[in-house]
Every structure is written in structure tokens, then in C-alpha cells.
Design a protein around this ligand. Structure first.
Ligand SMILES: Cc1cc2nc3c(=O)[nH]c(=O)nc-3n(C[C@H](O)[C@H](O)[C@H](O)COP(=O)(O)O)c2cc1C
Length: 303
């Protein structure tokens, strides 16, 4: 199922979501070898951050709740990772975040020099008081950060959006107008909370966290559907994708590529190959291809 995404050849439409497996070359390479066409690094921030104390991730069965809190060595402290990743034979997306337009620009400009295939700006993380979220819920601030970053990088720019935005289509359009080359949606949904009724207190140390996995899939599908209606640039659709049929649904909503995060926990690291094979089987069975079904849920649908 080879395809091209913004000029880069991929072996299939599967994408590793940012954050679930870190930034070491070994693990990113293993994900690629296990069937993932495009791997996203964990979001890199302007300064070193420890993230929140444990517990930070809880499996609710229907998905995960997490408040890892954007742990990051800081963009200036990743020389070993960049050195390793220089000699890679697989495409990567470097994900970054900041607390201001100035910080996004600073991190993006530096990371661009490391020559990832794409840069993704995370303007959607709900897990820290200061970072990210503020940009992704407002079209003007989304536009401003995208326009600023676009000027200082020389690789295609992907913008990762939050389902918290009241009109995610307007946010996506503002990003496209500012020069974004693609949209990635969605980040975790929430914040949510889980209370231990015996301890009479929230289970996560940060109390609140973002939801991911199967329980958020209908929200992710709706967001991608709305974004597809609003923009012409390609979409990486993710949120709860666990099976080939989930991936087909995401493509019918309008996604060009399909991301997987939490399902690594449920189906193992070869989930990428498994989902890709399941999609192939579905295409064979239905005598069609990925291109035939992209955005199919929009046909004849005026609402
Ligand atoms: C433990 C954990 C850490 C995450 N870290 C990041 C991150 O650093 N940057 C980011 O943009 N998204 C991060 N995400 C969000 C995922 O990339 C993804 O958007 C979200 O989990 C929905 O996809 P899924 O349902 O397939 O997991 C994280 C998610 C989880 C569960």
C-alpha cells in the first residue's frame, strides 16, 4: 500500500502518534520495522520538563486517561537522539510545543536544522497549565503560531489540533490559510477525571487527564469529517484507531493517513502491520482502494 504524503514516499498509511513511545531511534526504528509508514516523535519543548508524578497513565479498559505533563529534555538537550536519527532509513515527524509564539518559533527553527521529514506543532495538549492548549482553541492564535513557525522551517508543517475547539473546521482553515501543509487530528479528549472511591481522591497525581483509545473514536471521526469539509490540505486522522475497520472509517471521514497511539498498548507494537493488513483485506473484499474511499462519507451529504 505504498503512497506519497507531501512528496515523501511511505510504505503504508499508518502513523505512530506522538508521545506514546518516546524519542529513541531504537524504538522508532522498531515501530517502522513493525509496519508503521511514518513515525512521530514525542513532543519536544523549549525547556527541560520532568512531567507529572506517577500515576500518569491509567487503563480504563475503553481507553486510557493520561497526564504525563509533556516531559521533555528540552530542545537543546537532544544531541544524542538527533545524532542517532541522522542515519535513519525511515521517515519521521518531529513534534514540538511551546508556551508562546516566540517559543514555538525558537524550537521549530532549531529542530528544522536537524532535518526531520516533517515538523508537527502540538497546539493541543491539555495536560499542562501553560503549554499548547491556548493556541488550538482560537482561530486567530492558531493562525499566528502557524504563520510564525512556517517562516522559520524548511520542511512541511503539520498542525495537531484539539477536539476541545468548538469549531475545529474553522481552526483547521485558519491553519491552512497561515501556511500549514497538513492537519493532524485529534489530540487527547478532555480533561477527564477518575476517582478512587475507597481513597476518596482522584487517581491521577495531576488529578485531570486526557482521554485516548476506543472511547474517543466517534469524536475523532467527527472532527476529521469537519476538517475535511473545511480544508484542502491532507489530514492525519487519529483517535481510538485499533482495527483495520476503524482505519477505513477514518479514511471515509477524510483522512489521508491514519495514526495509532493507545492501540499499541492493546495490540502490541506490530499493531501497525496488523491494521495495515486488515485494511488490505477489506479493500480486497470490497474491490476498492484507499483512494476510492477517501472522504466517501461526504458523498451526497450536504450537512
Ligand atoms: C501517554 C500519552 C502521551 C502522549 N504524548 C503526546 C505528545 O507528547 N504530543 C502529542 O502531540 N500528543 C501526545 N499524545 C496524544 C496522542 O499522540 C494521540 O493524539 C491521542 O492519544 C489519540 O490517539 P489514540 O487514541 O490512538 O491514542 C499522547 C497520548 C498518550 C496516551
Amino acid at each position: 500500500m505504498t503512497l506519497k504524503f507531501l512528496g515523501i514516499k511511505l510504505k503504508n498509511p499508518m502513523v505512530l502518534a506522538s508521545g506514546v513511545l518516546g524519542n529513541s531511534k531504537d524504538i522508532l526504528e522498531r515501530v517502522h520495522e513493525n509496519g508503521c509508514g511514518l513515525v512521530t516523535m514525542k513532543s519536544i519543548g523549549p525547556e527541560p520538563r520532568d512531567g507529572h508524578n506517577n500515576p500518569t497513565v491509567i487503563d480504563l479498559g475503553c481507553g486510557l486517561i493520561n497526564a504525563v505533563g509533556l516531559p521533555s529534555p528540552g530542545y537543546l538537550n537532544m544531541e544524542n537522539e538527533w545524532k542517532d536519527l541522522k542515519n535513519r532509513d525511515f521517515p519521521i515527524i518531529a513534534s514540538i510545543y511551546g508556551g508562546s509564539v516566540k517559543e514555538y518559533k525558537m524550537v521549530a527553527e532549531f529542530v528544522s536544522l536537524k532535518k526531520p521529514d516533517f515538523i508537527e506543532i502540538n497546539i493541543s495538549c491539555p495536560n499542562s497549565e501553560k503549554h499548547g492548549m491556548i493556541f488550538g482553541v482560537n482561530p486567530q492564535s492558531s493562525h499566528d503560531v502557524v504563520a510564525a513557525v512556517k517562516k522559520v522551517i524548511n520542511v512541511p508543517l503539520i498542525v495537531k489540533l484539539t477536539p476541545q475547539a468548538l469549531n475545529i473546521g474553522d481552526i483547521a482553515k485558519a491553519c491552512e490559510d497561515a501556511g500549514a501543509d497538513a492537519i493532524c487530528a485529534i489530540n487527547t479528549l478532555g480533561p477527564g477525571m477518575v476517582i478512587d472511591i475507597e481513597a476518596r481522591m482522584p487517581v491521577l497525581s495531576f488529578k485531570k487527564g486526557g482521554l485516548s483509545g476506543p472511547m474517543i473514536k466517534p469524536v475523532a471521526i467527527r472532527c476529521v469529517f469537519d476538517i475535511y469539509k473545511a480544508v484542502d490540505i491532507p489530514i492525519i486522522g487519529l483517535g481510538g484507531i485499533t482495527t483495520g475497520e476503524d482505519a477505513i472509517e477514518m479514511i471515509m471521514a477524510g483522512a489521508s493517513l491514519v495514526g495509532i497511539g493507545s492501540a499499541v498498548r492493546y495490540r502490541g507494537i506490530d499493531v501497525f502491520q496488523t491494521v495495515s493488513d486488515e485494511m488490505e483485506a477489506w479493500f480486497l473484499d470490497h474491490h476498492c482502494s484507499l483512494d476510492d474511499i477517501k472522504g466517501a462519507a461526504h458523498e451526497g451529504n450536504q450537512s
